[in-house]
Design a protein around this ligand. Structure first.
Ligand code: PGA
Length: 250
C-alpha cells in the first residue's frame, strides 16, 4: 500500500508555518506524490490548513475529538465541527492524552466510534512504557489497548481505522525503536487485526510507527514489511525534515 505519513503538530504551529509547510510539500514531495500525507495541527489552525491544502492531496487531521455529539462540554470540539472543515483523520488515544489528561481505553473507544460514525478515519495510538517493555509486558499492553480501543466496533468499521504504534519511551526522546523492534510489534498488531477483521482487511489497515521519526531514520523504518507509514511529532514542524521523511517513504 502507499505509505501514509502524518504530522502531529501537538500544541505547536501558526498560520505562517502552515503556508510554509504546504508550499514546501507541494514543491518537494507531492509532484508526483511520494506518499499519502496528512497534517494534524491544533484545532484553531484547521481552517487555515483546509484552505492551504485545497487542490492538493494533503489530508487534514485533528488531534482529538469530543466523545459527545454536542452540548455543555466547555472546551471540547465535536465531530460535526471537524466535518465542516473537511477533516479526514482524527488522532485518538495519543499517549500524551492518556497520561496528562487521564484518557482511558474506554474513552478512546468512544472517540474511535464517534469518528467512524461520521466518516472520519481514527488514527488510534497505542504503545507501551519503558517499564512495560523492560518487564516483558510490551506486547500484552499494546494488544490490550488495541482490543479495548476497538471493542464493539464492527469489522467493516475497524477496516477504516489507522493504527499508530508509538512506544511511549520513544516519543520526543530521540530514542527510536529499532526497525526490527518496531516491525515485530507491527506484526503482532496485524495478527490481532486479522482476528478482529479478516486477512484481507487487516492487510489494508495502515499501521504507522511513531516515536522520534526523523529524516535520518525514516527510510530504514519505513522499509520494514509491516510499517505502513509514520506518525511524526517534532520533525513534522520543520518543512525540510518532514520532506526528508516523506522521501524515505517512497
Ligand atoms: P515525536 O512524536 O516524533 O516528536 O517523537 C511522535 C508523536 O508523539 O506522535
Amino acid at each position: 500500500m502507499t505509505k501514509l505519513v502524518v504530522g502531529n503538530w501537538k500544541m505547536n504551529g501558526s498560520r505562517s508555518l502552515i503556508e510554509q509547510m504546504v508550499e514546501t510539500l507541494k514543491q518537494e514531495v507531492l509532484n508526483p506524490p511520494l506518499a499519502q500525507v496528512a497534517i494534524c495541527p491544533p484545532f484553531p489552525l484547521i481552517p487555515a490548513l483546509e484552505s492551504a491544502v485545497a487542490q492538493s492531496s494533503i489530508g487534514v487531521g485533528a488531534q482529538n475529538v469530543s466523545n459527545h455529539l454536542s452540548g455543555a462540554y466547555t472546551g471540547d470540539v465535536s465531530v460535526s465541527m471537524l466535518k465542516e472543515f473537511n477533516v479526514t483523520y482524527g488522532i485518538v488515544g495519543h499517549s500524551e492524552r492518556r497520561s496528562y489528561f487521564g484518557e482511558t481505553d474506554e474513552l478512546v473507544q468512544q472517540k474511535v466510534k464517534i469518528l467512524l460514525e461520521h466518516g472520519i478515519r481514527p488514527i488510534m495510538c497505542i504503545g507501551e512504557s519503558l517499564e512495560q517493555r523492560e518487564s516483558g509486558e510490551h506486547e500484552a499492553t499494546v494488544l490490550y489497548q488495541l482490543v479495548e480501543g476497538l471493542k464493539d466496533i464492527a469489522a467493516d468499521q475497524i477496516a477504516q481505522c489507522v493504527i499508530a504504534y508509538e512506544p511511549v519511551w520513544a516519543i520526543g526522546t530521540g530514542k527510536t525503536a529499532t526497525p526490527e523492534q518496531a516491525n515485530q510489534m507491527h506484526q503482532v498488531i496485524r495478527t490481532k487485526l486479522i482476528e478482529l477483521t479478516s486477512e484481507e482487511s487487516a492487510k489494508a489497515i495502515p499501521i504507522l510507527y511513531g516515536g522520534s521519526v526523523k529524516g535520518s531514520n525514516a527510510a530504514e523504518l519505513l522499509n520494514q514489511s509491516d510499517i505502513d507509514g509514520a506518525l511524526v511529532g517534532g520533525a513534522s514542524l520543520k518543512p525540510d525534515d518532514f520532506c526528508q521523511i516523506i522521501r524515505g517513504a517512497s
